[in-house]
Design a protein around this ligand. Sequence first.
Ligand code: TMP
Length: 213
Amino acid sequence: MFITFEGPEGSGKTSQIVLLAAYLREQGYKVVQTREPGGTSIGDQIRSVLHDVNNREMQSVTELLLYSASRAQLVRELVQPALAEGKIILCDRYADSTLAYQGYGRGLDLQELKMLTEFATGGLKPHLTVLLDIDVERGLARRQIGGDEMNRLDLEAVSFHQKVRSGYHTLVAAEPERWVIVDADRPVEIIQQDLHELVIKKVATLPSGSVIK
Ligand code: TMP
């Protein structure tokens, strides 16, 4: 089963994924935890180019193609093989980040982004996508307090991140059966409890054998 996690900056995705992976392993599932951009050796090299705060001259189209290249590698090297082995893949960001950031945020053409994403992923869609939703200014402040690595996109104005967040809501409305919105402005353990319930519920809906213990 392929589960992706999306959200504005500072939504706490990464910490939630670590806890969820540990919980699912305790339940006997085989879990692969990964992220975008990155998750493979090639993807991690692309990530450092993308996030280097010195690369201020990077064009939106260049950015788009680099995220897509990292994704193309991840799908083929890691996600598809893990799916074939009945594992649960927890991925910190995926194609919806491209629609939210490069599409709604940067203003690139959404139809073109969808075509490129289809090409990069070979059409692979998540079974479930969790939107860890948080007010943009709360999220950005949390990131600064947390002392996380700051990347090129963190340097964008609040208005950019607001477009990203509302873009996510538009994506959820267009495909509600794939998405679940989780309020990320709550204590970590309460959010985690919600995630346990919704993942276990989702596993039960899949054909038997697609997730192996
Ligand atoms: P994160 O690992 O802290 O979530 O950082 C990833 C950053 O990259 C975040 O600012 C969102 C951005 N991003 C895009 O703009 N487009 C994409 O397709 C992906 C995967 C990430």
